[in-house]
Design a protein around this ligand. Sequence first.
Ligand code: ADP
Ligand code: MG
Length: 910
Amino acid sequence: MASGVRNGGTGRMSGRLDRQQSSTATPKAAPGKPRLSAAPGGGGSAYRRTSSGPLPSAAGGGGGRASSESGVSSRVRVAVRLRPRNAEEQAADADFADCVELQPELKRLKLRKNNWESDTYEFDEVLTEFSSQKRVYEVVAKPVVESVLEGYNGTVMAYGQTGTGKTFTLGRLGDEDTAARGIMVRAMEDILADITPETDTVSLSYLQLYMEMIQDLLDPVNDNIAIVEDPRTGDVSLPGATVVEVRDQKSFMDLLRIGEAHRVAANTKLNTESSRSHAILMVNVRRAVKGRNEMDVSMSAENGHSSSMVGSFRPPIVRKSKLVVVDLAGSERIDKSGSEGHTLEEAKSINLSLSSLGKCINALAESSAHVPVRDSKLTRLLKDSFGGTARTSLVVTIGPSPRHRGETTSTIMFGQRAMKVQNMVKLKEEFDYKSLCRRLDIELDKLIAENERQRKYFDDEVERITAEAQFRIAEAERECKIVLENEKMKYHQEYLDSIKILEEKWKVHQQSPKKQIKETESTSNGEVQNLLQNEKVLRQSAEDESNDLKNQLSHWKKMEATATAEVVRLRKMLDTEASQKEKLEEEIGVLKSQLMQLSLDADETRISLDTGDGPGKIFPGLDSLMSHTRSSQPREQSNGPKAPVAKLFEQVGLQKILSLLESEEPDVRIHAVKVVANLAAEEANQEKIVEAGGLTSLLMLLRSSEDETIRRVAAGAIANLAMNETNQDLIMAQGGVTLLSMTASDAEDPQTLRMVAGAIANLCGNDKLQTRLRGEGGIKALLGMVKCGHPDVLAQVARGIANFAKCESRAATQGNKVGRSLLVDDGALPWIVKNANNEAAPIRRHIELALCHLAQHEVNAKDIVSEGALWELVRISRDCSREDIRMLAYRTLTSSPILQSEMRRLRIEC
Ligand code: ADP
Ligand code: MG
C-alpha cells in the first residue's frame, strides 16, 4: 500500500519525500523502473508512440519516419478538489462537520477519522471548495497543456465519486457563466492561441468507454472502436474514430456539445448513467518546428539515411503530441447485487477499466515488475498517455459529506498512490518526408531542365570551337605553303646565280692558257712538252682553286648577308637617334631664342612704359605692357606668323612653361616668369593659367624667390590675374595678401611696389573680401607703400582705397555694414587728406572719389571733421573737374547733419 498514509495522526506523510525523490530522478528512466508502456507484450521501445489519430500527415503513413526524442522524468502530479456542500448536504449534514479539513497553504488535507483523530495527506495541490475554475485549470491542466504545445503527450484525468465534480472540473462549457469554463474549454483556448494556423494543425476525437466498448461520441453509430498498437513503437491509436480538425474555439464548443448530446442519448439507449462511463477527449497537436532545419539537429540514425541529410534537403520537422482529457466513471463501488438492473457480468465489466487503472497505478507506484496494462481498454488506451512517456495530471474530487467518508478515503488513497507514479516524458519530433519528397521532386525537375539547357549549350559550344579550329588549321596550312614556295624560289634563284658566276670564272680561266699555248707554238717541241706539262699542273691547281673559291664564295655570301642585315639595323638605329637628337636640339634652340626674345621684349616694354600710365586704365602699367607686347610684334607681321608668346604657348604648352618656373637655373626661371606674366596679361589665357596651377606657382615664387625681378614679374602677373573675381577668391584663399604684403616690405624697386599695390587694389574692389583683406593687413600694406613716393605706386594705392571705400559704401547702403569705415580704422584718412589735391590726376581722382564714399555715411562724419577732410570735401564740391564727383561731394555735404553743423560752426557755405 501507499506509504503516504499515516494512521498515527501526526500529520507527517511521505508525499513530500516522494516529490524529493522524483526531483532527483535521472532523465532516462532506470531500466528496472516499470511503466505502463513497459508492460509485457507492449512491444518495441517504451520511448515510441505513433499518432493516436488519423492526422492528415500520418493518415497515409507514407514513407519511413525518423524521430528525435528527448526524455525528462517527472512524477504524476495530483491535486485534490473539494466540492462545496450542495443543497441536500447543507440540509442533511447541517449538524455534522465536514469529513475533511483542507490546509491549502501547506498543500495538506486532513481526513477526520473521528472527533479526535485525523490522518494528514499531502498533495501537489489542495483546491478548496472556493477555488475558481480558472485557478483549477492553471494548477492542474495548464502545465500539461504547455508541455503538449512543446511536443510532449499529456493527460489530465479526474477521479472521484459520482457527484463530486469531475465533469464540473473538466467538462463545463461555461455557456451561462464564462468563469465556470472547465479544463477542456480552457485547454483548447490555450492551444488555439499558441499554434500557428498556417503550419500547425489541431484535431480531436471524442469518445466514451463503457462496458469495455469504445464509442465515438462524434459518430455514435461507431460504437466498437478498436485500439491499435504499433507492435514496433508501442504507439496507441484508434484508426476507427472520427477525427475533426479544429480551427477555432466555436467549432470546438460545438463539437463538445454534439459529443455531450450523443453521450446523453447513448446512455439513455443503454439504460445507464453517464457516471458509469468514461468520457475521453483526445486532442492531437501537430506543429512544424521552425528554424531547426539549419541547425545541427542530432537525428536518430535509426533509419540509417537520416544522418546524411544536409542543408535544404533535410526534411521539415514536425512535433506531434496528444492531450488526453479523461472524465473517469464514478469511483464508487458498483452494487454487484444488480439492483441497478445489471447482471453481475455487466457490473464486472462496468468496473473493469477503473479497477484495472487502480491496479496499474499500484503496480507502477510500487515499481512492480508487472503492470497489467492489457487488462482493460482504458489502461490500453492510456498506455502512451499515462505514467509512461507523458506528462500527467490527476485531479481527485471529493465531497465534504461525512456520510461518504469511505468513498472519500478511497479516492484520497488512489490519489496518494498515483503521486508515486513516475513519468518519463518524451519529446518526439518527426521528419516530414512527404513534404521533403515534394521539395526534392521540384528540385529534381529544376535540375533536369537546367541539365538539358547546359547540354544544349555545351553541344553548341563544341560545334563552334571545332569549326573555328578547322578554319585556323586551313589558314595555317595555306600560309605555310606560300612561305615554303617563296623560300624554294629564293634558293633556286640563288643557286642559278652562283652557277652562272662560276661558269663565267671558269671560262676566263680556260681562255688564258689557250692564249699562252698559241704564243708558244712557234717555240721548240721540248719546250711545248714542258709547257704542256706545266699547263696541266696549272690547270689542275686552277680547278682546285676554283672549287676552293666556290666554297669560299658561298661562305662569304652567307657572312655578307648576316653582316649586311646587322649594318642595316645599326644604321637605322643611328639614324633614328641622330634625327631625334637633332629635333630636340632644334626645339631647345627655338625655345631658348623665343624665351630670350620674349624677356627682352618684356624688359624693353617695361622700360618704355615706366614713364607713365595710359589714361583711364584700371591698371595701366601691366595693361600697357600687355598691349605693347601685343602691338609691338604685329608691327611687321600683319598677316605673318603669330606673336611669339602665343606661338610659344601653342608650341610648348602651358604646362611645360609653368614647370620652368621651378627650374634650377635662375635665368630660365626669370624668362619663364616673364613669359607667364605676358600670357597672364591676355584675358583669354587667364583661365587656362589658373586651371593649370599657374596662380599657385606664382604665389609660390612670391614666397620663395630671393630674386626681386622674379617677385616683381610674378606680382605683376598676379595683379593681372586679380582682375577676375574667381581668381581674387583664390588669391585670398592661398594667403596672397600676406605674400603681397611681404613682397612690398622687402621691395627696393618702385616697380615691384607698383605691381603689388596694383594687385591689392584689384582685391580691394571685391565686396565679399573686404573684411578678410583688411584682416590680413591689406590696407596697412597699401598705406605702407606710399612712403616710396613714386607716383605710379601712389596711383595704385589711391585706386585701392577708392575701390575699398566704394565697396564699403555699397555694403552700408544695403545694410550689410554698420560702424566706422575700416579705412578710417586703419588710419587711411590723414593720407587721403594729404593727397586729396595731388597734382597727379589719377591719384587725385581716386582719392576724391574715396573721400566722397566715406563721407556718405554718418558714422565716418566725426573722423572726417576731426582729420580735416571737411575742407577737402568742400573743395571737391566746388572745384572738381569731374561733374559727377563734384555733385556727389555736394550731395554728401548737404545731407550729413554732422558735416552741416560743423560747416555752420565754421561758417562755410557750399
Ligand atoms: P461528477 O461528474 O463527479 O459526477 P458533477 O461534475 O456532475 O460530478 O457534479 C455534481 C454536482 O455538483 C453538479 O451539479 C455540479 O454543478 C456540482 N459541483 C461539482 N463541483 C462543484 C464545485 N466545485 N462548485 C460548485 N458546484 C459543484
Ligand atoms: Mg460526471
